[in-house]
Every structure is written in C-alpha cells, then in structure tokens.
Design a binder for this molecule. Structure first.
Ligand code: FPP
Length: 249
C-alpha cells in the first residue's frame, strides 16, 4: 500500500495549502431520513472529523470551516441552542485528539458572544492546542465576512486617530487590511468547497477569496469525507490559476 505522499506524487496531485469549506446540507440530509435537523448537524460533526483527519494526512497546512455564521442566528431558537450545545460538547471532546495529532485550533469570529459554555470550550481548545505545529484548523463561529472587514476598518481608523500612532491614510495598504482580519498571517484559501448543491459565497472570506478556486459539490455535508475531499482536490488540480496574469500555473 503506497503512502499518501507516494500516491499523490504518482497521480501528480498538488495539495492546496489552504482549504476553506462551507459545510452545507445537514438539514436536508436529516429531512431525507425523516429526522430533526439537529441529527443532521450531529452527522455533520462526524463528517468534519473525517475531513480534518484526511486534510492533516494529505499535508494541507490550513483548513477553515464555516460552523456558525452571523446570519445563522435567524434560525429557529431550538436549532440555534442545539447547535451551541453540540459545539461546546464536541469541541471539548475533540480537544485531546487534536492536541495529540499536533493540530492547532483557532476560532475566527465573534465567538465571545456565544453562550458561556461554548465560549469556555473554544478558549480551552485554543489554549490546549496553541503550541501545536501541524495543520492549523480554523473554526468560524459567529463569523461574517462583512463584519470582519468592518472590524478591520474600525481598528485602522482608531489607529489613525490615536495620537500615539503615526498611521496616516497613505499607510493603508492591502497588507495592513489583511493583517487586521481574523486570518492575519495565514495565506489566502487556494480552494473553497461548498457542499449541498448551492453556489453562493454566503458572506464567507470575501476579502481572502479574491483568487480562490471555487469547487461546488451536490454531496450533502454529512456524506462528505476523504473520498469527496480527494475529488475536490482533483478538480482543483484541473484548474489553471493565473491570478489575473496570463500564464501562472
Ligand atoms: C449548514 O447546513 C450547516 C450549518 C449551519 C452548521 C454546520 C456545523 C457543523 C457541521 C458542526 C460544526 C461543529 C464543530 C464542533 C466545529 P444547513 O443546516 O443549512 O443544511 P440545509 O441547507 O440542508 O438546511
């Protein structure tokens, strides 16, 4: 049996350094089986576990997933509460495993506004895995990209107004804006996957996705795993990235 590296080399697969995912389709997956939506989210966590594992094994450097958006508060209260309970529980439960696997977890978004148990679980996993040197696993929680950019602009304006800081309008560069986003010091995503058949960006990584390749699949998130991930990576490999230039492969 060849190692993952040997297999990828043979098939000439280039592994994206940063993969971002919109995990869509949990509700429909549950409905298809006549079950409540939350069962779909629970199955979604299992799919996430498999995907994290596969990404780490394949040598992905950054994996960023959209777990709860600032717009998701509009869902029925029962679903929102259930999602937070689930997130607190699983985040705590997976901490030891992720720590052992040298995966560093970061939370992107205004997660401090979530219920207290979820906030505590998030702080715990970030702290416990903080010294890990392997794949960075970003969980977007209470995240919205327009909110993230607005927050960055506020930070910059405050610095311009701060008498102790010599920042002026001329100092405002793309690099400075990038450094004020939650993703500061990370490369932009090479590929953004959206499951569940919809083809929208849904307020996700708007600034960071300027040159990302979008890969859409009809597979519902709970059915996602290594096999589907490799199909997406194969599709990414078939794309010709030019970054706005003429020939940049
Ligand atoms: C979208 O499917 C999915 C979500 C809003 C939640 C995704 C969250 C997880 C998979 C859990 C993350 C957990 C941890 C521990 C990070 P949907 O409900 O919109 O599906 P639908 O379009 O079929 O209704």
């Amino acid at each position: 049996m060849p190692s993952v590296e040997e297999y990828n080399e043979k098939h000439d697969l280039k592994i994206p350094a940063h993969i971002a995912i919109i995990m869509d389709g949990n509700g429909r997956w549950a409905a298809k089986q006549g079950n409540p939506r939350l069962t779909g989210h629970h199955a979604g966590v299992k799919a996430l576990e498999k995907t994290v594992q596969a990404c780490a094994e394949e040598g992905v450097k950054y994996l960023t997933v959209y777990a709860f958006s600032t717009e998701n508060w509009k869902r029925p209260e029962e679903e929102v509460t259930g999602l937070f309970q689930m997130i607190s529980l699983y985040v705590r439960q997976y901490t030891r495993k992720l720590k052992k696997e040298n995966i560093r977890v970061q939370i992107l978004g205004e997660y401090e506004k979530l219920p207290e148990p979820a906030v505590r679980s998030c702080r715990y996993i970030v702290e416990e895995t903080g010294d890990n040197t392997g794949m960075v696993f970003n969980i977007c929680l209470n995240y919205g990209s327009r909110g993230e950019i607005t927050r960055a602009v506020k930070q910059i304006v405050r610095r311009c107004q701060d008498e102790g800081d010599s920042l002026t309008a001329e100092d405002i560069t793309e690099e400075l804006i990038s450094s004020c986003l939650y993703t500061a010091e990370m490369p932009d995503p090479d590929m953004i996957i959206r499951t569940g058949g919809e083809k929208r960006i849904s307020n996700y990584l708007l600034w960071q996705s300027a040159y990302s390749e979008f890969v859409y699949t009809d597979v519902l998130w709970p059915d996602f795993g290594r096999e589907e991930l490799m199909k997406c990576i194969a599709e990414f490999n078939g794309r010709h990235r030019r970054f706005g230039g003429l020939d940049h492969k």
